[in-house]
Design a protein around this ligand. Structure first.
Ligand code: HEC
Ligand code: HEC
Ligand code: HEC
Ligand code: HEC
Ligand code: HEC
Length: 437
């Protein structure tokens, strides 16, 4: 759909950037005009990621392995999107794609996945044409799309964090300080519905010590390295500088592949292993034939764990106590990676309820919610008192904090094929021996 196009030139907004001229240590203040957000955008204004590839091959490959590039391939998304459209024919189509297919949303285009730009999901130009910070997405009972993106595509400039970019024949370049701040991620990673904090990763981060210490989303999800912003063989003269990984690892994987065949498999395991720690709160006490054991589960991520679609995730403590290799107490043990957790196991996630109080409804039907995720910086303490009568001289305790990206019930009906590849990942574990008097 081609809307009326406004001629917006480089105008008005003046910001001050620091430039270092050669051999001069003193920054020189230069006023640079940042293009205004474009009021109307045509799909064909955007450039396909494929056009960036010859000069930015590393960025391209990493992005290609990310969930941003997977957004339109994700069968779980497609099934959820279809049911939203059946459920709310007026609003369902645009509602989900405002974040999952922003090119279609901002240009008012149909979501035709045979069109390369649409199939890309969240492509390079979506982020690299942003010129101003955004607000969180807030929706009321009507569940209509309301995201606002401030983009300028028509200037042809790619915005990034490099303040002294080398010129190239394909695009103009401009550094904006916004690019190394979390506000880049806000428009899609923060979402309130009917006044409920449905998926508020940005807000969880914003109130925390991480924000105060300028540990941004990028610090953990786009780690830096020394390398090239553009391939030096295609762009002679580009300097080595600090650049950023674009695989944006989280907890999700393409579940059509097994964990070991998955390009992001190892990175997701490492990410989860950095997410929380399990430790003894104090020395275990044995008293009157009872073992008193207290464990602390400390969240180490920059937001809740799980965050975002935390209602689909499962995080729990598995504990087994052995007496001479005989298990005499256990909790949270699964028969297989895809079997259900017993209902008496405490799960650290959020739960969504409909108006009748039924748990596990889709996010757009939520009327109330409870949240038992590990909050930002939170340490949850859990104590166990277990009878020891009849055990030998000592017992050993094995505790593991386990995570899976979907509860099996989320996948069982519509995606039984994906269940087979759903991994259970150990976040942290603890093993101790306790002498019994
Ligand atoms: C979800 C948003 C997002 C997407 C999608 C994205 N980028 Fe980036 N990119 C960023 C951010 C944010 C930075 C700056 C990171 C920082 O400074 O912490 C950046 C930095 C860059 C830079 C500057 C060098 C560097 O590594 O810091 C280049 C070049 C770049 N991106 C190219 C690309 C290309 C090419 C694609 C697509 C293949 C792409 N980006 C997709 C957000 C994105
Ligand atoms: C003909 C080669 C070429 C192509 C094609 C190309 N770029 Fe670049 N790009 C460069 C060069 C050269 C730089 C500057 C690198 C430097 O200074 O280290 C650059 C820098 C950037 C930056 C950093 C800007 C800044 O100031 O922070 C971004 C972002 C970027 N490109 C995105 C893209 C995107 C998105 C595409 C595809 C739509 C693309 N580029 C296509 C050569 C290219
Ligand atoms: C201190 C490091 C750190 C910072 C800062 C951080 N993250 Fe994370 N993030 C993690 C770790 C570790 C995980 C895996 C554990 C989890 O799911 O919380 C993760 C997971 C995620 C997930 C998947 C969540 C889930 O459970 O489904 C998303 C989405 C995400 N981060 C986005 C963001 C955004 C957006 C920001 C900035 C507002 C941010 N992160 C800041 C470390 C960080
Ligand atoms: C235009 C919307 C948009 C922007 C901007 C955006 N994201 Fe995302 N992001 C998404 C969507 C949608 C997904 C989920 C895609 C899927 O799995 O289907 C996602 C997924 C992710 C994941 C993987 C989550 C998981 O569970 O594994 C991480 C990590 C992430 N984004 C980090 C970031 C960071 C960091 C930024 C800012 C630099 C950012 N995103 C900017 C929309 C966006
Ligand atoms: C405000 C932006 C936003 C809207 C609106 C939105 N999503 Fe998402 N969605 C995200 C982000 C960001 C993530 C990644 C968060 C995470 O991993 O925890 C995500 C993750 C998901 C996932 C999990 C990804 C996976 O592994 O398969 C599914 C499924 C999903 N969304 C479906 C939907 C459906 C269906 C709708 C419409 C009813 C919708 N989303 C609306 C931003 C949004």
């Amino acid at each position: 759909m081609k809307l009326q196009k406004y001629q917006i030139s480089l105008v008005a907004v003046l910001i001050t950037l620091f430039f270092y001229s050669c051999g001069d240590d003193e920054p020189e203040n230069v006023d640079i005009e940042v293009p205004q957000p474009q009021e109307s955008i045509d799909l064909s204004d955007f450039k396909e990621a494929e056009t960036c590839r010859p000069c930015h091959p590393v960025h391209y490959d990493e992005w290609k392995s990310s969930m941003h590039a997977f957004a339109m391939k994700d069968p779980v998304f497609h099934a959820g999107w279809e049911s939203e459209q059946e459920h709310r024919p007026e609003t369902g189509e645009r509602f989900c794609i405002q974040c999952h297919n922003p090119y279609a949303y901002v240009s008012g285009s149909e979501v035709d996945t045979t069109v390369a730009l649409i199939a890309e999901g969240i492509g390079c130009d979506m982020c690299h044409t942003m010129v101003a910070a955004h607000e969180q997405v807030v929706t009321q009972d009507n569940v209509a799309a309301s995201a606002e993106f401030f983009l300028n595509v028509e200037s042809g400039i790619k915005f990034g964090e490099i303040m002294d970019p080398v010129e190239n024949g394909f695009h103009g370049s401009m550094g904006l300080s916004m690019f190394n701040s979390s506000s880049m991620c806000l428009p899609c990673h923060d979402f309130v519905i009917r006044g409920l904090d449905a998926e508020i990763t940005f807000t969880e981060w914003a109130g925390s010590g991480f924000a105060a210490m300028s540990i941004e989303c990028q610090t953990c999800h786009m780690t830096d390295y020394q390398g090239y912003a553009a391939d030096p063989s295609a762009n002679p003269g580009v300097p080595e500088r600090t650049v950023h990984h674009h695989d944006m690892v989280g907890v999700d994987l393409d579940l059509s592949k097994s964990l070991i065949d998955n390009p992001q498999g190892e990175a997701v395991i490492a990410m989860l292993q950095s997410a929380a720690a399990v430790d003894l709160t104090s020395e275990p006490i044995v008293e009157n034939d009872t073992l008193h054991l207290s464990l602390t589960i400390q969240n180490l991520t920059g937001h809740s764990f799980p965050s975002g679609v935390s209602f689909a995730r499962e995080l729990w403590l598995e504990m087994q106590i052995f007496d001479d290799s005989q298990v005499y107490f256990s909790t949270g043990v699964l028969e297989s990676d895809s079997s259900d957790l017993s209902s008496d196991v405490e799960v650290f996630n959020s739960v969504l309820y409909d108006e009748d109080g039924n748990a596990g409804v889709g996010v757009t039907d939520v009327i109330s919610m409870s949240n038992n995720s590990l909050q930002t910086n939170e340490a949850k303490v859990r104590t166990f008192s277990l009878p020891l009568a009849g055990v030998g001289d000592s017992v050993s305790v094995k505790a593991r904090l386990l995570f899976r990206s979907f509860s099996p019930s989320t996948l069982r009906d519509k995606h039984p094929d994906l269940l087979a590849n759903l991994p259970v990942i150990t976040v942290d574990s603890l093993s101790i021996n306790i002498a019994t008097p």
